[in-house]
Write a protein that binds this ligand. Structure first.
Ligand code: UDP
Ligand code: GLC
Length: 416
């Protein structure tokens, strides 16, 4: 069997990490399959894919198409930018088509909006869309995906919440299945090296006994950096042995959708906590950063489609505080293996952090329960067999049969 993966980005954000986990697990489950990957840019995903015997190719997007972003941009601006990007897209479509023909895949697995559309417009092989985001929240995206649905055979969603969104969009037109992301439990585990976050942030070493609390994430504007900084600026933390960190950086090429490091530093300064917050920049080896934190915060202000950082932090045996909405709400059981707060509520975040800061035993109990949950629910070894079965069913079902599972989403590859 020959599977071709298409990814717009080659930077290691959540969708790309998830793709790599899928490919690694599939490689283990089906050692003889030919796996190819085409990415729309150069980046760390390509060498990492090659290490697991995926033939990884870069077919760079034209600049205007690469920069075209739909999040944080109004519909009129998207329309304007799309028009200027169009000639490049037409040429790109042609070279992508030739490359696909050369690889002759049995099935194409796409992993991001631009590749969903390009894949669906190419008729070389059946296409499955691995959907990592809410499609219906942006009108332009929803329209484009609905119009292109005829070119896809099935949708794989990263959470039930995203699957329900896709079902609302596609109705009977496409079968939708849920496959929760997995993490590499050997890499993301409680024991192992810890980064010196102070050194990395250019700060003096914190006194021993300092509790470290960090928001780990890419710099998309809805990831709640502002909520985190406002919570950390609350007077109740003044004088306490606590230090805050922002771990991450802006990694995508799309315009308008991300904070810059300077903007976040300026916000911390304006809130009067410039000296109490460390900015590490993007960390390639995130388990080492997570192990250096006592509390990992997820604070997205919009419903999080899944939230890989939450599953990773749980696998690292950290006490997690997470914003309870969307797919993220399917990951944490409040007060059992983490603490849930309402999205955007910096006072609730401050209260939860203060509680965990005061209570090291609670931190330990939550951390240990989090690891147990991660072992039961987020082990990536289940992804390969689940994908293999999903591809088989998709190919057997063909184009013509009505979609049996289109009114409810089946969850695949999940332990009972
Ligand atoms: N990440 C990383 N280094 C950083 C910050 C984040 O490798 O400095 C990774 C993180 O480990 C996770 C991904 O970026 O795998 C973020 O995924 P998530 O699904 O949480 O959010 P996304 O940004 O993809 O919406
Ligand atoms: C996207 C989503 C994120 C999810 C990741 C992997 O980046 O925004 O919530 O964890 O994909 O599925």
């Amino acid at each position: 069997m020959r599977i071709l993966f298409l990814s717009p980005s080659a930077q290691m954000g959540g969708a790309e990490r998830s793709l790599l986990d899928c490919m690694a697990s599939l490689r283990a489950a089906e050692p003889w399959w030919q796996l190819d990957l085409i990415a729309g840019e150069e980046g760390p995903l390509l060498p990492e894919a090659r290490e697991i015997r995926v033939r990884a190719h870069c077919l760079p997007f034209p600049k205007r198409f690469a920069r075209l972003g739909v999040f944080g941009t109004g519909s009129a601006a998207i329309a304007r930018q799309s028009v200027t990007a169009l000639p490049g897209v037409a040429r790109y479509r042609q070279s992508l088509h030739q490359t696909i023909q050369g690889l002759a895949p049995d099935l194409i697995h796409t992993n991001g909006l631009k590749m969903h559309l390009l894949g669906a417009w190419d008729s070389s092989a059946p296409v499955v869309w691995h959907v990592h985001d809410y499609l219906s929240t942006r009108r332009t995206v929803a329209q484009a995906m609905r119009l292109s649905a005829k070119g896809a055979r099935a949708v794989l969603a990263n959470s039930r919440s995203v699957a329900n969104d896709a079902l609302r969009l596609f109705g009977e037109d496409l079968p939708v299945e849920t496959m929760l992301n997995g993490v590499d439990l050997k890499r993301f585990q409680p024991r192992g090296p810890r980064l010196d976050l102070d050194e990395l942030s250019g700060m003096p070493p914190a006194p021993s006994g300092t509790v470290r609390i960090g928001l780990v994430g890419t710099f998309a504007k809805w990831k709640g950096h502002e909520v985190f900084l406002r919570a950390m600026a609350r007077p109740e933390f003044r004088g306490l042995p606590v230090r805050a960190y922002i771990v991450g950086g802006p990694i995508y090429q799309t315009s308008n959708s991300q904070f810059s490091l300077e903007e976040l530093r300026a916000l911390a300064r304006d809130l009067g906590i410039g000296k109490r917050v460390g900015f590490t920049g993007f960390v390639p080896n995130i388990p080492d950063a997570m192990r250096a934190l006592d509390i990992v915060v997820h604070a997205s202000t919009a419903p999080e489609p899944f939230g890989l950082v939450i599953a990773e932090a749980m696998a690292c045996g950290r006490a997690v505080i997470s914003a309870h909405a969307g797919g993220a709400a399917e990951l944490v059981c409040n007060e059992r293996d983490g603490v849930s707060i309402a999205p955007g509520d910096h006072l609730a975040l401050a209260a939860a952090a203060r509680d965990l800061l005061r209570d090291p035993v609670k931190r330990m109990c939550l951390a240990s329960a989090a690891r147990t949950t991660a072992e039961a629910r987020f082990d990536r070894t289940r992804l390969g067999p689940a994908l293999s079965a999903f591809y088989g069913n998709t190919l057997n079902r063909g184009n013509l049969e009505p979609c049996a599972s289109s009114t409810s989403t089946a969850e695949i590859g999940t332990a009972a």
